[in-house]
Design a protein around this ligand. Structure first.
Ligand code: ATP
Length: 361
């Protein structure tokens, strides 16, 4: 049944969850500062960032598990939180799935999923729980207890339990991080398919760039309680707004360069600038991703391979250029070049991104 799921029709661009000037202070730390963000109806949005940047705090504020220090939260055009107003979590129409599943250990799977349906007629509960267990691929598991299930199965139960009261917004707090790599990948795409089918607005928090990129319509990158960039995964990777973003979402090398007119002039060639240079003078650092860099063995080349990391389908080469710069190149691994090979380096950039020259360079 799940193979036939197709995306629900979504009202693109309609604001659903609006965070304005959000702030959260704990006695010793400011967890969030002036965070403003609109998540659209039916959107799959990810908050991405390193440990301690404020992801879970944001989710807890939206869910109503914590009070904010500044700003407002509006869901469906209704104020749910401000420093002077607090709508209880159960009235917000929000479901949440935690990293550790948080299932009730003394209840069966059926009872766990039925928990949020308390008070409804028994027949209605039985039908809804049955539908949800089918949706998450656990049709026959209703009478099992959480301790009898694998991590992936528990996470499916947690998803079904959160979906049972038909939340308008689903919050996912690192829901796949306790699973092994293979299961994580499979459950990610299953969860996405299910949530797309239902059409729920989703806010996922994760520190895993690949997870955020593969699941999301848009990603917000958080750094020390502030949003650095909100954009599509493609733009976050190819048009990072800051060095922090560039470095967080993949390997980034920087080559000293200068800007003249709309052209970036570097030791490895001249490139047309993709956007404004945003620098006071014309000295810049040019962002180069390993997938922009191609190499070929050549005794007259200007670089030497100093390290090779075999990654399966790809290999990552560390290159020492004759001018002292270090770059990385990612290529297919079928024909590996060994360490110490002299190579010619070709940079093929479709996106030329520069930042002001780092004082450390
Ligand atoms: P992780 O990925 O490690 O879960 P995170 O991005 O979700 O991190 P938060 O849990 O939101 O980060 O924490 C943001 C900051 O607020 C951290 O400095 C954290 O230590 C602090 N913090 C979070 N909860 C509390 C609390 N209840 N009391 C005091 N400080 C807290």
């Amino acid at each position: 049944m799940r193979e036939q799921l197709c995306p629900a029709v979504r009202a693109a661009g309609e604001p659903h969850v609006q965070l304005s000037g959000l702030g959260k202070r704990y006695p010793d730390v400011t967890a969030l500062q002036d965070l403003t963000l609109t998540v659209h109806r039916g959107e799959f949005f990810s908050l991405l960032g390193p440990s301690g940047c404020g992801k879970t705090t944001t989710l807890r504020l939206v869910a109503g598990l914590d009070c904010l220090s500044a700003g407002t939260i509006i869901i469906d055009d209704v104020l749910v939180s401000s420093p002077t107003y607090f709508m209880p979590p159960e009235k917000r129409g929000v479901g949440i799935v935690f990293q550790d599943y948080a299932l009730f250990p003394h209840m069966t799977v059926f009872e766990n999923v039925a928990f949020g349906l308390y008070g409804r007629p028994k027949a209605v509960i039985a039908k809804r729980v049955g539908e949800l267990l089918t949706l998450v691929g656990l049709t026959t598991a209703g009478q099992k207890y959480p301790h009898e299930m694998s991590g992936g199965q528990k996470q499916r139960v947690a998803l079904a339990r959160a979906l049972a009261p038909e939340p308008k917004v689903m919050l996912l707090d690192e829901p796949f991080s306790n699973l092994d790599a293979e299961l994580r990948g499979a459950l990610r795409s299953e969860t996405k398919q299910i949530l797309r089918y239902i059409g729920t607005t989703v806010i996922l928090v994760t520190h895993d760039q690949e997870e955020a990129f593969s699941l999301s319509d848009r990603v917000g990158l958080l750094n020390e309680g502030k949003l650095e960039q909100v954009d599509t995964p493609y733009n976050i990777y190819h048009h990072p707004a800051s060095r922090f973003v560039a470095d967080f979402v993949g390997r980034a090398d920087y080559l000293p360069a200068r800007v003249e007119g709309g052209t970036v002039i570097s030791a490895l060639g001249n490139f047309t600038l993709s956007g404004p240079a945003q620098c006071a003078d014309n000295s810049v650092d040019l962002l180069i991703r390993p997938d922009d860099v191609a190499i070929a063995a050549d005794t007259f080349g200007t670089a030497i391979i100093s390290d090779v990391r075999f990654l399966g389908a790809h290999a990552l080469y560390t290159l020492h250029l004759d001018d002292g710069s270090v770059l990385h190149s990612q290529g297919l691994s079928a024909h590996l070049l060994p360490v110490c090979t002299r190579v010619v380096v070709t940079v093929n950039m479709r996106h030329t991104v520069v930042f002001p020259r780092s004082p450390l360079a």
